[in-house]
Design a protein. Structure first.
Ligand code: F6P
Length: 319
């Protein structure tokens, strides 16, 4: 193996640049040439491929977004897209590819491996919805960003004695909601993976008001429903002075936290070492503090399980 390519794919996540840097620097340290591929699989198919040197990844470890840019490109699921991508890899003499992204990106990495180009997937998404890793690159930063925003919402909520319903991202995964909900002292956390009772939440908010609490906070994962919809449900059980807030894409921005930078660096480094061993079709993650690698097929057959004990914890401490 002489040349590797790196791409970021799907929704961007803070720490993707740190991962690209780790892949590039580890590869260079092991005598490989490195190519960046812009705009994920769309750029691969279009041939938007350029050589990366050590300086190109300097001052990147602390930067948000992805300097390789990204795209959602479902067309790579088709044979036509894959063959076009392979043709571009051959044209540039690239032997293997590191893919940094979420679930969809792993399908692309597996397709490349099956077509003879070893590819390793790294979990780059704020959602934390990937199995076989205790954290995805970007999750910690997104939680920090959401926590910071909700702390500010709480300021105004307290001044007005209002209840705020706040939507956080996560697609169908409630991890951001659970972690941020606990960190912000939410009265209730609502996630798609577990049942919830709107009346019980309304009663809890009323009881808190009666105790003299000057604000209410319900963190609702976007996979459940919109904050507006949840507020309408809530108002069926009480005359709340409530406001709905959607944090949205701001959760994907910002400087990566120390956890995300270190995670990205460890996983990026491991990906290159696996490729040097001639391995592909693997997803690299962090389990119990150790870097691990699993067959991508195992990922598709398993679903991520969040730390649902956070719901009970929050329920006990937020009354
Ligand atoms: O997967 C990351 C994520 O931010 C999800 O939390 C969210 O549901 C989705 O991407 C939004 O996607 P887009 O930016 O394409 O609207």
């Amino acid at each position: 193996m002489k040349r590797i390519g790196i791409l970021t794919s799907g929704g961007d996540a803070p720490g993707m640049n740190a991962a690209v840097r780790a892949v590039a620097r580890t590869a260079m340290d092991n005598g490989l040439e490195v190519f960046g591929i812009r705009y994920g699989f769309a750029g691969l198919v279009a041939g938007d491929i350029f050589p990366l040197d050590s300086e190109d990844v300097a001052h990147k470890i602390n930067t948000p977004g992805t300097f390789l840019y990204t795209a959602r490109y479902p067309e790579f699921a088709n044979e036509e897209g894959q063959l076009a991508g392979i043709a571009q890899l051959k044209k540039h003499g690239i032997d293997a590819v590191v893919v940094i992204g979420g679930d969809g990106s792993y399908h692309g990495a597996l397709a490349l491996t099956r077509r003879g180009f070893n590819s390793i997937g790294l979990p780059g998404t704020i959602d934390n919805d990937i199995p076989y890793t205790e954290a995805t690159i970007g999750y910690d930063t997104a939680c920090m960003t959401a926590m910071d925003a909700i702390d500010k919402i709480r300021d105004t909520a307290s001044s007005h004695h209002r209840v705020f319903i706040v939507n956080v991202m996560g697609r169908n995964c409630g991890d951001i909601a659970m972690r941020v909900g606990v960190a912000c002292g939410a009265d209730a956390i609502v996630i798609p993976e577990k049942p919830y009772d709107v009346k019980e939440i309304a009663d809890r908010l009323k009881a808190a008001q009666e105790r003299g609490k000057d604000h209410g906070l319900v963190v609702v994962a976007e996979g459940v429903m919109t904050a507006e919809e949840f507020m309408a449900e809530l108002k069926k059980y009480g005359d709340f002075d409530a406001r709905a807030n959607v944090l949205g894409h701001m959760q994907r921005g910002g400087t990566p936290t120390v956890s995300d930078r270190v995670l990205a660096t460890k996983l990026g480094n491991a990906a290159v070492h696996l490729l040097l061993e001639g391995k592909g079709g693997l997803a690299v993650g962090m389990e119990h503090g150790e870097v691990t690698a699993h067959d991508i097929l195992d990922l598709f057959e398993n679903t991520h399980k969040g730390d649902y004990s956070l719901l009970k914890l929050n329920s006990e401490v937020s009354k």
